[in-house]
Design a protein around this ligand. Structure first.
Ligand SMILES: [Zn+2]
Length: 317
């Protein structure tokens, strides 16, 4: 009896140990499979270091998938971390970086994003396309986005002499907004006068062709927009001045100060700000205001972006 019980006990111990070994083996196998199929392992195999892997795994799934299915890409994290990064433009960002002459040790990723987003990585008037007219007051017209051929807006009205030098016209909605703004400015002792409003295709063509004829297209491109590429042809842009002010003394005037502090309340934005010449393609023009509507004007102001950048990130998608 005693011997038999001992034998049974031995058997139980033996089976128990075998079971434990078996379980440990299973768990180890599962863990190994898990490890070798994990994104961490795959990314490590591709060549990312521990810190990079941690950063990649914090990104959106589509970026993780990109990393998993491509060769080691040291621009991925730096690009995706940029505030105005647009995923659809990833290939263009990469191409731009690759084409940089003597790639610098420190790539200016912010600059890469800005240039590619606004197409300013290309020469003016190249890679142009017709702007999306469905956007109404939010259409973008610059040296890459044109109006439809020989476009002329509807509802253009004459601006009365109280608000404008003679002969200026603008879209009715824009005039109403301008009137509201000019009346408010008047209450603050500031007189706003429209110097230029809607310009027809023919007018712009005549202006551009004359410059080009006299001094060549490079000169013409510096001083006038090409027809169908001028914001004035949209009927949404106004050059606003005041008596006694001209292009040279406008930026230092109280009128300019009042305009930049108040214009968004009435739906206007300063279209070609100082220091953003490379992005907008235009010299700083303190007098040129673009109507986009009140909501959008406030959003653009809040973003701190030029309209060209804002358009790329928020409107062209
Ligand atoms: Zn203008």
């Amino acid at each position: 009896m005693y011997k038999k019980r001992r034998r049974v006990k031995k058997k139980v111990i033996y089976l128990g140990s075998a079971l434990i070994v078996f379980i440990v083996l299973i768990i180890t196998t599962i863990m190994l499979i898990k490890h070798f199929t994990s994104n961490e392992y795959k990314l490590e195999k591709i060549g990312y270091n521990e810190k990079e892997i941690t950063n990649i795994l914090k990104l959106d799934n589509k970026y993780i998938n990109y990393a998993l299915n491509h060769k080691y890409d040291d621009d991925l994290i730096k690009l995706t971390n940029q505030k105005w990064f647009i995923w659809d433009k990833y290939k263009e960002y990469k191409k731009y970086i690759k084409d940089l002459e003597d790639r610098p040790a420190e790539v200016n990723y912010k600059d890469v994003i800005t240039k590619v987003n606004t197409k300013t990585n290309y020469k003016y008037y190249t890679h142009t396309k017709e702007t999306n007219m469905d956007l109404g007051n939010a259409i973008l017209v610059n040296k890459y986005y044109s109006l439809p051929k020989q476009y002329a807006p509807d509802n253009v009205v004459d601006i009365p002499a109280t608000y404008s030098f003679a002969g200026n016209q603008i879209k009715e909605e824009v005039f109403n907004a301008f009137k509201e703004m000019a009346d408010a400015a008047k209450n603050d002792g500031i007189t706003l006068i429209v110097n230029s409003g809607y310009r027809t295709y023919e007018y712009q063509k005549g202006l551009y062709d004359q410059y080009a004829l006299e001094n060549g297209t490079d000169f013409a491109d510096d001083y006038a927009a090409r027809p169908d590429f001028s914001e004035h042809q949209t009927g949404l842009a106004l050059d606003i001045v005041s008596y006694g002010l001209n292009m040279d003394n406008f930026a230092g005037s109280d009128t300019y100060k009042w305009l930049i502090n108040n214009c968004t309340k009435y739906g206007f934005i300063l279209r070609y700000p100082e220091g953003k010449e490379e992005i907008t393609g235009y010299a700083f023009e303190g007098w040129h205001y673009r109507y986009v509507g009140k909501d959008l004007a406030k959003k653009i102001e809040k973003s701190g972006l030029t309209f060209d950048e804002y358009y790329a990130y928020y409107l062209d998608r």
